[in-house]
Design a protein around this ligand. Structure first.
Ligand SMILES: N[C@@H](CCC(=O)N[C@@H](CS)C(=O)NCC(=O)O)C(=O)O
Length: 198
């Protein structure tokens, strides 16, 4: 398989992390996340959103959206529950990640990492406020449980770990969230864990 990848992208890291846990082999093609001028030429036939991660399977089919990719590959493994309610809970957190977490934390991190000016300081403050609210909700949920769903590590944890552990790069302090900090340690201790830089 071929993963259209960005090494700094948390969305791409979700796929790399699950593949590391599952010992799935694949090739990577690195895409620039700042100069996106070749996106249509390279990804036009593969992903209508022209974004990474995009994965081309061995049979030629392609799949975009990080959480769709990890959902597909987690099927039948320990990283996705069999129980239908627990599967729905996993989806709950995958959608949460994409609506309440990533658009705030990942965007603020992107601005900081690549020295991109936010549209305005008010926009920046809104991202920071919403990002902190997302972290607060995660922290409250993790206060009395080790992982997001069903007392075990699933793709819900992988999806949320991706941008949470690098949130300080976007200016988010993790010090106020003790349950998140303990959970980050548990995630890092999982067999086959690899860092975002791997
Ligand atoms: N919802 C998508 C978001 C993907 C995304 O935003 N990818 C970024 C890199 S992290 C990208 O390709 N940005 C370039 C662009 O938006 O044109 C997912 O989860 O895969």
């Amino acid at each position: 398989m071929l993963l259209y990848n960005s090494q700094v992208s948390g969305n791409c890291y979700k796929v790399r992390l699950l593949f590391a846990h599952l010992a799935i082999e694949y090739d990577r093609l690195e895409m620039d996340v700042v100069d996106r001028s070749n996106r249509r030429e390279v990804l036009g036939e593969l992903n209508p959103a022209l974004r990474v991660p995009t994965l081309v399977l061995d049979d030629g089919r392609s799949l975009g959206e990080s959480n769709a990719i990890i959902f597909h590959f987690a099927e039948g493994t320990q990283y996705l529950p069999e129980d239908s309610f627990e599967r729905a809970q996993v989806l709950q957190w995958l959608f949460y990640e994409q609506y309440s977490h990533e658009p705030n934390i990942a965007v603020a991190r992107f601005w900081a990492l690549f020295d991109v000016s936010p549209p305005s300081s008010a926009d920046h403050e809104l991202k920071m406020k919403a990002g902190r609210a997302a972290l607060q909700a995660m922290d409250a949920h993790l206060t009395d449980r080790p992982y997001f769903v069903g007392e075990r590590y699933t793709i819900a944890d992988i999806a949320l770990y991706a941008y949470t552990h690098v949130a300080p790069e976007g200016g988010f302090e993790l010090e106020p969230y003790p349950a998140i900090r303990a959970w980050l340690q548990r995630v890092m201790g999982q067999p086959g864990h690899v860092p975002i830089t791997a």
